[in-house]
Design a binder for this molecule. Structure first.
Ligand code: IMP
Ligand code: MG
Length: 177
């Protein structure tokens, strides 16, 4: 049997650290959007774990939607192409929208998604990302809220993959051969 932890260089953020930051973000979101129609939109697949935990840290009524935005990778390097392969069904004119993302690397994926969603005229739109690698940006893009900022590491776990594996690790780790 292959060992799930074989290619882990080290754990960067533990389950407890992630949980604490998400609780804080959930409180902030709940205060900011109290009494407003709120829609959380997650970008699959990477953000599914983050969305599951963040939405349960939000204590006001909200709706949840999922999109797929695929950026193409050769191993661990982004090729720059982004396609929307699954879309949400809600009419965004009725909602304050928060995009819930796993990681911002080059910024290409989110720049494309935000562009597309803004054209649908939401009441407001902000981006909350679990992780941010600002040193890797190739397009000018800034999240409204970033829970953790990291250097140029390739990370796995807590929804993040390498070759579609490791999403089920409960913590965030640096990947190493
Ligand atoms: P971007 O378009 O380059 O900002 O990155 C988009 C997507 O690349 C993210 O949503 C992730 O799915 C993936 N990605 C970027 N960096 C990493 C990483 O360190 N580990 C796993 N996936 C990553
Ligand atoms: Mg992603």
């Amino acid at each position: 049997m292959e060992d799930l932890t074989k290619n882990i260089k080290r754990v960067i953020f533990t389950e407890e650290e992630i949980k604490a930051r998400i609780a804080e973000a959930g409180r902030e979101i709940s205060e900011k959007y109290a009494g407003k129609p709120l829609l959380l939109i997650s970008i699959l697949n990477g953000a599914f774990v983050f969305m599951a935990d963040l939405c349960r840290a939000v204590t006001i009524p909200c709706e949840i939607g999922f999109m797929c935005a695929k950026s193409y990778y050769n191993g661990t390097v982004s090729s720059g192409e982004v396609t929307i392969t699954k879309d949400i069904t809600q009419d965004l004119r009725d909602y304050h929208v928060i995009i819930v993302e796993d990681i911002i690397d080059t910024g290409r994926t989110l720049a494309a998604v935000v562009d597309k969603l803004k054209q649908r005229d939401p009441l407001s739109l902000e981006v909350v990302t679990l992780l941010d690698k600002p040193s890797r940006r190739v397009v000018d893009f800034k999240a409204d809220k970033s829970l953790f900022t990291i250097p140029d590491y390739f990370v796995i776990g807590y929804g993040l993959d390498c070759g579609e594996k490791y999403r089920n690790l409960p913590y965030i780790a640096e990947y190493g051969e």
